[in-house]
Write a protein that binds this ligand. Sequence first.
Ligand SMILES: [Zn+2]
Length: 206
Amino acid sequence: MDENEALVELLEEILGEHGLHYPNRGQISFNCPVCDDDRNKHNLEVNYIDNVYKCWSCGDSEGTHGPLGKLIEIHGNSKIKRAYLLLKPEEQTKTTENEKIILKLPREYKKFSDSNPRFIPHREALNYLHSRGITDEMIEKFQIGFASDGDYSTCVIIPSYDKDNHLNYFVARSWVKGRVKYKNPPVAKDKLFSGKTQLTSKRTYI
Ligand SMILES: [Zn+2]
């Protein structure tokens, strides 16, 4: 299970059931929210590896194309927008086969199921996730956890696993206002990301 499957679920909440889906290519089609009009044409294609979308029918005439974040911004409700930001920030890209490295979750990472629900950081982290549209079911499914001390203190931690169930990324976000809200795994970015990605220069606040 990885964040792409969560993303497909989010897209279905906005666009209804999907049509053709090629998970290896990250390609999936939906009915276009602008021009489909109940004709069930599945003209809107999303690529969630390249993070882009396009409607083959009205893309040029209506501007129905661009970065995936634009589609979410225009057609998602606030709950979906928050969940999207948390699960798939725009600056996040996938590792390619030959860029794979061993990545570990922070030592302080704790699953909610392994922690006392009366523990204050546990409650704060859970409230933060719930307020951003992340359900208990999603927390369980994506093994979302939190850290109450160390480098990732007061952060929720969202792991991402590849198809072989190896950790290939994680996102950490602080639930405390005023702290750096977004942290990256402690690995050289040139190993994890393609050259054009400028992940370390960007902070995401949600
Ligand atoms: Zn269209």
